[in-house]
Design a protein around this ligand. Structure first.
Ligand code: NAD
Ligand code: WQD
Length: 338
């Protein structure tokens, strides 16, 4: 199959591109590089041992999309492109609606024109909302989210549902990711956040490598076993393989599937695991809670196993080792290493 990967030079898209190439698919990446580097395409090719095509372009630009679909006979689309910073989304809602929601509508319109009606969409555990009980099960439905980013994911899922009801030829899977961490085992691909990382794992890695002084742990008084928040951290390569599994079972209709491990881990457990695996101390301090954080959530991972024979295989040690290898080999991300 020939697969279009939007946002394909980003963190999750790049790892997924490697998995798709290694499974024998042809891969076209579409990325406007607003949060990634073109170097990533070379590294994908290097790891997979097969070429990948990178088109620098924007999902909000219908001309680019129409041309792409004319030039390449795409069978299906894996749609990662979008903005993802939760705090920023609430401060600047319009670019989030514009890029994530309007961008997806432009993509789906171009796909319709080109008669490409298979899509796997990057959704998020955040669509379960603020009050769902744990673990999150797909049958719960969506809840009320307290940030614009989450709202865009929820809106896109609803747009996809409306599309599916309007035209039964569409084959759609929304994958709801929990907390992706880690890097490709080669140390050549990983997460390269611009500026101060919002997420836990890149922050830990940047403290360990000496780029930042200490980790602030947001809240030590949550109703959890050790007082810090718990999340379902999943290795990015497991997540990437989840996309291949989803493509393999795509059929007319629509479904939503969690990609998580089913196991919650606290912030303190993550810091300790990183220190144990790497032997590097991560100075940290418990500070006040971060607004909007939920005490704990994790996936019920049963559906992914049942419907697409996919399970997260990699261990917490793998997550830490691979993060550290990536960070050590690329202390400044993709910037000055080439
Ligand atoms: P990322 O920022 O690393 O990757 C997104 C890529 O999309 C970037 O390379 C960026 O340059 C590109 N992009 C953004 N807007 C674009 C546009 N208009 N046109 C073309 N390219 C565009 O993020 P990621 O962590 O790889 O996340 C990928 C997807 O998964 C996103 O949709 C994100 O919301 C979703 N997701 C991520 C997480 C997470 O924690 N990383 C969790 C749940 C869901
Ligand atoms: C994890 C835990 C923090 C940084 C976000 C989005 C979610 C999804 C994944 C896209 C929390 C704590 C963090 C730090 C800390 N993204 N933390 N110090 O908030 O679970 O999820 O990313 O869909 O939608 O909301 O991930 O990595 O930011 O935080 O103590 O410097 O680490 O409080 O408990 P989160 P995270």
């Amino acid at each position: 199959m020939k697969i279009l990967v939007t946002g394909g030079t980003g963190y999750i898209g790049s790892h997924t591109a490697v998995v798709l190439l290694q499974a024998g698919h042809e891969v076209v990446l579409l990325d406007n590089l607003c949060n990634s580097s073109p170097v990533v395409a070379d590294r994908i090719t290097e790891i997979a041992g097969r070429p990948v095509t990178l088109i620098e372009g924007d999902i909000t630009d219908s001309d680019t999309l129409d041309q792409l679909f004319r030039q390449h006979s795409i069978d299906s689309v894996v749609h990662f492109a979008g903005f993802k910073a939760v705090g920023e989304s609430t401060q600047y809602p319009l670019p989030y609606f514009g890029n994530n929601v309007a961008g997806t509508i432009t993509l789906l319109t171009a796909m319709t024109k080109a008669n490409v009606k298979k899509i796997v969409f990057s959704s998020s555990a955040t669509v379960y909302g603020n009050t769902a009980p744990v673990p999150y099960v797909e049958s719960f439905g969506r809840g009320q989210t307290n940030n614009t980013y989450g709202l865009t994911k929820s809106m896109i899922e609803q747009i996809l549902e409306a599309l599916s009801s309007s035209d039964p030829e569409w084959s759609i899977i929304s994958l709801r990711y929990f907390n992706p961490v880690g890097a490709h085992e080669s140390g050549r691909l990983g997460e390269d956040p611009a500026g101060i990382p919002n997420n836990l794992m890149p922050f830990i890695a940047q403290v360990a490598v000496g780029r930042r002084k200490q980790l602030s742990i947001f809240g030590g008084d949550y109703p959890t076993p050790d007082g810090t928040c718990r999340r379902d951290y999943i290795h990015v390569m497991d997540l990437a393989e989840g996309h291949l599994a989803a493509l393999n079972i795509l059929k007319p209709g629509i479904d939503a599937i969690n990609l998580g491990t089913g196991r919650p881990l606290s912030v303190l457990e993550m810091v300790r695991a990183f220190e144990d695996v790497t032997g590097v101390k991560v100075p940290s301090q418990i500070v006040s809670r971060r607004e909007g954080d939920l005490p704990e959530f994790w996936a019920d991972a049963e559906k992914a196993s049942r419907v697409m024979s996919w399970k997260a295989k990699r261990s917490l040690n793998d997550m830490m080792e691979d993060t550290w290898r990536w960070q050590l080999n690329n202390p400044d991300g993709y910037k000055i290493t080439e």
